[in-house]
Design a protein around this ligand. Sequence first.
Ligand code: ADP
Ligand code: MG
Length: 685
Amino acid sequence: MPESYLHGLNDDICSIKGIGAKKKEQLSAAGIETVGDLLSYYPVKYKDRRNAVRAMDAGTERDSLVTGRLIKVQLRPLSGGRSMTECTLRDDSCVFYAVFFNMPYLRKTLDTGADYSLFGRMRVRNGARVWTNPEFSKTGGDRDVRGILPVYRHSAGLTDINLRKWIRDALDTTDLDTDWIGSDIAEERRLCGQRYAYSNIHFPESEQHYKKARYRLIYEKLLMYQLAVRVNGAGLRDDQTDSSVTETDMNEFYGGLPFELTEGQSKCIEEIMADLSSKRSMNRLVQGDVGCGKTVVAEAAMYRCAKSGLQSAMMAPTEILARQHFESISKDLSKHGIRCGLLVSGMKPAERRSVIDDTASGRIDVLIGTHALIQKDVLFSDLALVITDEQHRFGVAQRKIFANKGRGVNVCVMSATPIPRTLAATVFGDMDFSIIRSMPSNRKKIITRALDAHTRERAYIDMGRELEKGGRAYVIAPSIDSEDDDLYSVQKLFEEIKERYPGYTAALLHGRLPAEEKASIMDSFKEGRIQILVSTIVIEVGIDVPEATVIIIENSERFGLAQMHQLRGRVGRSSRQSYCYVINYSNTETAQTRARAMAEISDGFEISEVDYELRGPGDIMGTMQSGNTSNDILLLSRYTDILENAISDADKIMEEYRGGGSLTDVEYAYERLMHADAADNSNVI
Ligand code: ADP
Ligand code: MG
């Protein structure tokens, strides 16, 4: 009875019971804006709470699940207007108690004589077995505390209990019965329906149910992506304006660089030049390990376009990186009379207006920025080239996004993430590849050591020595201000470091700081007024401060391997010897293997192989929900059998479409993908 449902997947999250302005803000910080986003906020793991124990057998060391009949409920007033509700229950082993503080209404809502399930830690008080403030529910009711229960990734103020409640409500009140995947495909691939998938990914009835749900969700994501790749490819590689330049012009650019290009850079630039002078527009992925020098390759391409009177846009994943690019690129290009502009979201309206006007009129040749570049009112007079740096989640869609901003747009995606060529071709569709294998010749291998709580000191001693020699240091921690004793927060480290290195200036950097403050801290660090930067992973990609020679990564167990490799790439950017310390505080095998891999492997391609191998099912589900960066799509694409099915089905759908069939599902896939892109909030940390 779809009519009786209240919500569609695209409805605002506030339409769910109990979500007001404050909760909406918290959800929004986790990237959840719509009912569909909420349902796609998949658990990272589950608690198996199917088997109750006898109350007599419950231990005091860990939480336990018991069920029993409610015999008596008593409300006892306490001092200061507080109260205690004491419930007496019995199972076939003994009488036991549940105590709730300050929930006087329970006395009226609990049914004496009914069976209840309790979950929590038992304590023995005066010989009685007591559960204090346990999770509880009527046994067999639809909010049962028993079962396989989801655990979510925690962010700003969201709790599992709330999320479970809202998701249950969304499942009950959303129209999930009109499936966008056609019934013929569903049948052939034995896919469960949407309702089944969402219900069982959150509240799986059994492992079997969970697997079926997961299979469908992975297939669905891959199919959406494959369709989007095809839609974007269709008819978009059209003729382009020739952006020819003279050799003298190009030589002027090369001559102005402070270094000789490496072989890898030269070859890559040649490939791009050939693309730009061909009739067909460019669609190229440039891969090269951190520090190999991709920025100058982008500069060469933008230089060429500007010299032919055409505009370029370059998009970076964070504001810090966009500003850095703006500074270094305008330094290199302005001496050739090329005008660069910066567009980021934190700008003053008047400033923004003037950049937008100059872009529309053609006074700006090269526009550099963040997502802000794809806003509707940003228009170009003659856009010919779009470069995205470290942000291939736009790779597949950028052509379409920029299609109404210019004509025959050339696309270049730069990435430090190594992607196996065969896989890349399947995932990205019609794209050419350049790989930069060589590093600038002045580089030394970064010395990396894996440390733990006992050997941690060593990192800070070495750091002191490097500071003395005039180096600069990064210290990275996983959280901003954690209460957790096992976790370093940048706040805590910052205090420690200020005390320890009184002769140096340290600064704190994280995503909650206002944009201008971040920018000014980065400037000071770059110029050496600050020597120690204590930071969260906001500095993960792209930041280039060649004087930095040490990076310490605290709580390495909280970081992914590829992520740590990116972090390590912040040092070793000059001819000086650099050092990286990863400090692991966890005994788990994965954490230890990751730390060891960092110490032993310096090559990005090898790192990414190990990274894939170490990722568990929890990661996969986490991935599915942010699932739009092509990294994530690549991870899912490791399910080669599912990928093959998705590819062949996408081809079939496109064929029907070309034959005059409906494009509804293709459009749907596209919308969903774009929506998820817009909602992505991965830069908040
Ligand atoms: P990434 O590939 O990680 O984006 P960048 O483009 O940021 O690397 O370059 C890293 C550093 O290396 C920058 O400081 C840049 O100026 C420098 N660099 C780039 N190419 C060369 C080269 N051929 N020789 C020496 N230094 C170079
Ligand atoms: Mg870079």
